[in-house]
Write a protein that binds this ligand. Structure first.
Ligand code: DGL
Length: 258
């Protein structure tokens, strides 16, 4: 048992959707959240560069005494999770597009997997496609992450972008939509507006937090009984107060609206 914090990282603010889920699912833990806002986006960089940046972010979290690392970014997980697990002695938990749970849902139709170019291109997702991808349609979504970073979760620009991205798929039945980038849960309502009522929109956040809990238990790293928990420290590579304030606002939004 230890009262050291759990570290979480993303290229920017998207991983705050995972942080919110962690605060709900594992409220007894403290968290350090690092957003690599000076280097965003990861989603259209070369994998070597994403690996270098993810390593750098992890080093920062280790410097802040974190006991486990959650890569709260599908892109960075695809590129770096396996490698970092081999290199580090602390638990490294990643996130992947929730194609498996989507494929297990009842019903017919396409499963649209919204994610970054890099996530959809790499071997990790290709392996998921082979196992669960019978009806899956990968949809690279450039531009969406930028809206979330700018605090635009709805409005004409988001609407136009989603219309361009989703219209090609709307004339056939849709069984589910996978939100395969941690920024996209913030656009859940805007995306749902294009889909038949009741279409499931699935993200990987719950599964990731469950896995974090499991790994902490396995390694006997849970916060001690009676530890209050729930404390969050925000860090960003932009190193400015304004970014930290935006992170706090996003967390409040995620906790109340997602
Ligand atoms: N939030 C990241 C993910 O889950 C991607 C955003 C980016 O392109 O940097 O994939």
């Amino acid at each position: 048992m230890t009262n050291r914090p759990v570290g979480m990282l993303d290229s920017g603010l998207g991983g705050i959707s995972v942080l919110a889920q962690a605060l709900r699912g594992l409220p007894g833990e403290d968290y350090v959240y690092f957003g690599d806002t000076a280097n965003i986006p990861y989603g259209d960089k070369e994998p070597e560069e994403v690996l270098r940046l993810t390593r750098q972010a992890v080093d920062k979290l280790i410097f802040h005494n974190c006991k486990a690392i959650v890569i709260a970014c599908n892109t960075a997980t695809s590129v770096a999770a396996q490698q970092l697990r081999e290199e580090l002695s602390l638990p490294v938990i990643g996130i992947e597009p929730a194609l498996k749970p989507a494929s297990l849902l009842p019903g017919e139709g396409q499963i649209l997997v919204l994610a970054t170019q890099v996530t959809l291109r790499l071997a990790k997702f290709q392996a998921l496609m082979e196992r669960y991808g019978d009806h899956a349609v990968p949809v690279p979504c450039s531009g969406l992450m930028e809206c979330v970073e700018a605090g635009q979760m709805e409005g004409p620009q988001v609407h136009r972008l989603l219309q361009n991205l989703l219209t090609p798929y709307l004339d056939k039945p849709i069984k589910a939509v996978v939100l395969g980038c941690t920024h996209y849960p913030f656009l859940r309502h805007a995306i749902a507006g294009f889909l038949p009522q009741g279409t499931p929109l699935i993200d990987g956040n719950e599964g990731t937090v469950r896995q974090l809990g499991r790994r902490l238990r396995e390694e006997n790293l849970q916060a001690p009984e009676g530890w209050q928990g729930g404390h969050v420290t925000f860090l960003s590579s932009s190193n400015d107060e304004a970014t930290v304030r935006r992170m706090q606002t996003m967390l409040e939004m995620a906790l109340t609206q997602l």
